[in-house]
Ligand binder design. Structure first.
Ligand code: FES
Length: 585
């Protein structure tokens, strides 16, 4: 395999570096001779890059160093040459002010790392929320064949004996603490155990949703996403990923645009709905689609959500953790259940169609993977609402909300920023009751780099009275592990003059999910008057990456990519770089 330097009519990328008997070829080969590779190796074998987001400050990804070794072994077994490249790691819980703006930075790093190196294919190793979409976005734009492998879910250790997800469990404990049902002492005792082991959050948060979506998109090997990080089977999968990637390198494909077409995105959205997955993945899928020229819009999510029931009984919309989903047959069994709603002819990196991949899958626990006619909850798992408060749309994970709030009319209580919430949410002078609509603004992509503040806390006095959900509206995101009646990603956001900026305390807000409407019940003339008074907040970043971010970030309904990153580039390295001239000599 790979002895011919022409695959599918295209030369191997690495041949430009290694397979010429000239001065550049000499320099490239002699440089890697220092890494142990012979002239014959480099002249005859395809090259696979392993893009690794390992870091020990990011336990969600801390098993990736070991997985990279298994991938490396698989590549060698299949005749390839592995090179590992470390990329920045983005820990959702550690990075401030929020990891979100760095998704695009990592995507740029991945894209340029791939393009600049002699990789014929790449394996992407990600885990924590932003690392997964960032790697896929970068690799899609680079246009080099890739396989994605997630770190795998953690195995959180509950002190109560129940299934306590890493983050959903924390939110529930915080609710119980605020309601006075758990003491400070009991709460503190969870600190050492709730994250449990290496691996990403073990409920259907953003990381698990994105990993499962990798299988539905066809860019991850079947059955690879839900195996826990500490399970030995993940090592076996990593070796297989290595072997497959080396074959893809030698064969020159399939390339990203051959996998990531409109059918793949429909399949991914179908899976997202069926698992009641993270609303963050809507943003990531929109951005990824932009990289490969698929014209995906929010409306397509709503169209698909209308026909897909919630059939995965996994937190936060259901009861269990992702390990139970794996034991029930994993994503292949889930996709087989969804088969009537999928494009089964979509291609996968496995080399087969999606229909062929799931043909032998079986559901072994029908409580965890429900039949289509026996969903976990009735109704659409997520919706897109529009109206004069969100002209370009907003999203809501309806399967994780109190159904009573899906049609609601209440008075707005407006918070300008997260600090005001922290300072005032329990202030009796605000007059919040259970019918109030809590509004947070200036938390969108431009306003505050879109942190996960959309699950606004419920005031303590209401928690103590047993209130567990309220309607909350913001231009922020919400953790995929979160829950509640939260209307998110309001677009356009307040910081660019979206209607959310015009809401005042006491205004009536109306949400009607069935009609997909979100309205600010204020006369148009009054809104116009307020608009004339509105002033844009001053930009805060005068230099560096955050200035670039401020200047180019797109709104949520477009996927929050940078406007100049849409699309992909063909290999644009000029021949002169490989042809007789050598920089530095
Ligand atoms: Fe990393 Fe949840 S904190 S995946």
């Amino acid at each position: 395999m790979g002895n011919d330097d022409s695959t599918r009519g295209r030369p191997l990328r690495s041949a430009r570096w290694f397979r010429k008997d000239d001065l550049p070829g000499f320099v490239h080969r002699s440089t890697l001779a220092a890494a142990g590779w012979s002239r014959e190796d480099l002249m005859t074998r395809p090259v696979v890059g392993i893009l690794n987001t390992w870091s020990d400050i990011n336990p969600c990804n801390s098993n990736l160093r070991a997985l990279a070794q298994e991938v490396r072994t698989g590549i060698l077994e299949a005749g390839g040459i592995p090179f590992e490249a470390p990329l920045m790691s983005l820990s959702e819980n550690i990075i401030k002010p929020t990891s979100f703006p760095f998704r695009n930075l990592l995507a740029m790093e991945a894209e340029e790392c791939i393009r600049a190196h002699p990789f014929d294919a790449v394996v992407l190793l990600g885990g924590c929320d932003k690392t997964q979409p960032a790697l896929m976005m970068g690799a899609a734009s680079a246009g080099v064949p890739f396989i994605f492998l997630a770190s795998g879910p953690a195995t959180p250790r509950s002190m109560t004996g129940g299934d306590l997800g890493n983050a959903t469990g924390v939110w529930r404990l915080v609710d119980s603490l605020r309601a006075g049902k758990v003491s400070q002492c009991e709460f503190a005792a969870f600190e050492r155990s709730i994250m449990g082991t290496p691996g990403h959050c073990a409920e259907m948060g953003t990381a698990s949703t994105m990993a499962a979506i990798g299988e539905a998109l066809g860019v991850a090997l079947p059955g690879s996403s839900m195996v826990p990080a500490v399970d030995g089977r993940r090592n076996q999968i990593a070796r297989e990923v290595g072997r497959r990637s080396a074959r893809m390198a030698g064969e020159g494909g399939p390339r990203p645009h051959e996998i990531l077409d409109a059918r793949a995105f429909d399949n991914a959205i179908t899976l997202l709905c069926a698992v009641g997955g993270s609303t963050n993945t809507i943003i990531h899928l929109l951005a990824l689609a932009g990289r490969v020229g698929v014209p995906l819009t929010l409306d397509r999510f709503d169209e698909i959500a209308r026909r897909v029931p919630l059939i995965s009984n996994v937190q936060p919309a259901g009861e269990h953790l992702t390990e139970r989903l794996m034991m029930a047959g994993g994503v292949p069994a889930l996709l087989k259940t969804l088969a009537p709603l999928l494009h089964l002819d979509a291609r996968t990196v496995d080399g087969r169609t999606l229909g062929e991949v799931i043909a032998t899958a079986e559901v072994t626990d029908p409580d965890v993977i429900r039949p289509l006619d026996k969903p976990v909850k009735p109704g659409e798992p997520l919706v897109v609402v529009k109206g004069n408060l969100a002209p370009d749309g907003a999203v809501m994970k309806t399967c994780a909300a109190d159904p009573k709030l899906l049609r609601h009319r209440g008075r707005a209580v407006v918070f300008e920023d997260v600090q005001t919430i922290a300072d005032r949410i329990d202030d009796p002078a605000l007059g919040i009751d259970e019918n109030s609509v809590l509004i947070l603004r200036n938390a969108g992509p431009v306003g505050a780099a879109m942190p996960e503040w959309g699950m606004l806390p419920i005031p303590r006095k209401l928690m103590e009275r047993g209130v567990r959900d309220m309607l909350r509206i913001s231009d922020a995101r919400m953790s995929g592990t979160g829950y509640g009646a939260a209307v998110l990603h309001v677009s356009p956001e307040a910081a660019v003059g979206g209607p959310l900026a015009l809401v005042r305390d006491g205004d009536i807000i109306e949400l009607d999910v069935a009609a997909r409407r979100l309205e600010l019940c204020v006369a148009p003339e009054e809104l116009e008057r307020r608009r004339k008074e509105w002033q844009a907040p001053p930009g805060t970043h005068q230099r560096g990456y955050r200035k670039l971010y401020d200047q180019h970030i797109e709104q949520a309904h477009l996927g929050c990519d940078f406007d100049f990153l849409r699309g992909a580039d063909e290999d644009t390295l000029p021949e002169g770089l490989f042809d007789g001239w050598v920089g530095g000599w």
